[in-house]
Design a protein around this ligand. Structure first.
Ligand SMILES: [Zn+2]
Length: 160
């Protein structure tokens, strides 16, 4: 039995590719030693990403939690290492995905949002590195990178 932290939707949807996503991240250079963002920039990036996907800006929690995680309305980034772009992109992909009908944890809709955020907010090299490691680890994702298309799709088909 999986225990979920926080109030997240679709807990009946199995989190089948969580380990594959983590394994792919482990192979990415951009995940290795991320630069810590200055505090104004850290909060600003989260707002920018939320605005870009047209979801409400989540409440940012920095204390009192053991793990980085996200819900539809909260992003929890407890340590200096989590106040960096790779963590912000991963957790904001959860926030955005949890604001759609196809909330699928680390599933293909999540992975698609995550790739689009990395491309837009970190850059093309990091994006290409993540795509190739997703392929190497057989992570499923959709071949869309326009956020409006992704959101439309994520609100249409429902993952079984
Ligand atoms: Zn995650």
């Amino acid at each position: 039995m999986k225990s979920w932290i926080g109030d997240i939707p679709n807990t009946h949807v199995r989190d089948f590719q969580r380990k594959k996503v983590y394994d792919a991240e482990d192979k990415c250079i951009f995940w290795e030693k991320p630069d810590k963002l200055p505090i104004y920039s850290f909060r600003g990036k989260i707002s920018q990403i939320a605005d870009w996907a047209k979801v409400p800006v989540p409440t940012i929690l920095e204390d009192g939690h053991e793990y980085a995680y996200a819900t539809p309305t909260q992003i929890v980034l407890p340590y200096p290492i989590t106040k960096t772009m790779p963590f912000i992109c991963h957790e904001m992909a959860h926030v955005i995905n949890y604001n759609t009908k196809n909330a699928d944890h680390h599933g293909k809709h999540f992975a698609t949002v995550y790739l689009a955020i990395v491309k837009k907010f970190i850059g093309k090299d990091a994006y290409e590195e993540l795509v190739s490691n997703f392929r190497a680890k057989n992570v499923q994702y959709l071949t869309h990178d326009n956020i409006d298309d992704i959101m439309r799709l994520s609100n249409k088909t429902v993952t079984k």
